[in-house]
Design a protein around this ligand. Structure first.
Ligand code: SAM
Length: 297
């Protein structure tokens, strides 16, 4: 809807002014301090309180932007208590901005208990779009993004991690993980063990920072890079695993071999059409299978 002065008529809470009694979910940078929106800065400046995962960490960001709003902590160990207290303040008309140490709150970060309590109490919750390591990584990985599953962190214990990986072995869409530096080698090794040595991975490291890197390949290739230099295992990682290509396994091996050969010299569409008529197979199934060859190159 557009008003007579040409401005978009936004629903309550999405306009630029701070609305009393509202909880704002505010993403913060995942490395590069410039990756924060103008609106996020306005909300951090204008809110009565900032609830932060680690107030010392957030204060560095606030100092950088000369923001003087009062902060209070809200982390995994005090969230129940803090959420109850914040709901009372919000009901009394205070506005609160929720931030985590980096990226979008609630995405592998605290905030769920507070948001749920606010929803239960009909408190206005307004999300701001912004930095998120999973989406940033996925947008540049070169893996299919039409469907993906975000798994967060895999369990730390080996058996639980193995069980979790077994559950996603047959998935055809891209899977996105967060991983800590101390476990990155073990996790890639487990992926090799459970999902197979041919599975394609993309590891995004130190996104938005000076040493940002994307490493693509099989688990062995990614492991070789990690083991090449101790520094390669330090930093922050998003790990993305390609889904399986179910169509390729159902096709005869000789047809696939012919397709692969033709796809070297012809556009994939044309190669798939020739093999389809020659072997009496479906053109689209061959085309989909061919995509996996071209991705593997
Ligand atoms: N809420 C955050 C978000 O929206 O992305 C995620 C918080 S989670 C506690 C931290 C994990 O996110 C890291 O261990 C790493 O897997 C990933 N991560 C955060 N910043 C990153 C970066 N700059 N580069 C790569 N991965 C990052």
């Amino acid at each position: 809807m557009t008003t007579h002065d040409g401005q978009q008529d936004l629903p309550q809470g999405t306009a630029n002014s701070i609305v009393p009694g509202t909880l704002y979910i505010v993403p913060t940078p995942i490395g590069n301090l410039d990756d924060i929106t103008t609106r996020a800065l306005k909300v951090l400046e204008g809110a009565d309180w900032i609830a932060a995962e680690d107030t010392r960490h957030t204060n560095k960001l606030l100092q950088h932007y000369h923001i003087k709003t009062r902060t209070m902590s809200l982390h995994d160990h005090n969230e129940d208590k803090r959420a109850a207290m914040l709901v009372h303040r919000l009901q009394d008309g205070a506005s609160v901005a929720l931030v985590s140490d980096a990226g979008t709150p609630l995405i592998s970060d605290p905030g769920f208990v507070l948001v749920r309590k606010c929803r239960e109490n009909n408190i206005n919750v307004v999300p701001l779009p912004g930095a998120c390591a999973a989406i940033t990584a996925l947008s540049a990985a070169g893996l299919p993004t039409d469907r993906f599953v975000f798994e967060g962190f895999l369990p730390a214990k080996s058996q639980a991690r193995t069980n979790q990986l077994k559950l996603l072995a047959e998935r055809s869409c891209t899977t996105v993980f967060y991983e800590a530096p101390r476990r990155i080698v073990d996790t890639v090794s487990d992926i090799r063990e459970i999902l197979g040595a041919q599975r394609q991975l993309v590891m995004a490291k130190e996104l938005t920072k000076t040493f940002e890197r994307f490493i693509s390949g099989t688990p062995d290739e990614v492991l070789a890079w990690l083991n090449e230099n101790n520094a390669h295992q330090k930093g922050e990682f998003v790990l993305m695993v390609a889904g399986i290509q179910p169509t390729s396994t159902a096709l005869p091996a000789d047809a696939l071999a012919l397709l692969q050969e033709l796809a070297e010299v012809l556009p994939l569409k044309k190669a798939a059409a020739i093999v389809a008529s020659h072997c009496n197979l479906k053109k689209n199934a061959l085309y989909q299978a061919g995509l996996s060859f071209t991705q593997e190159k």
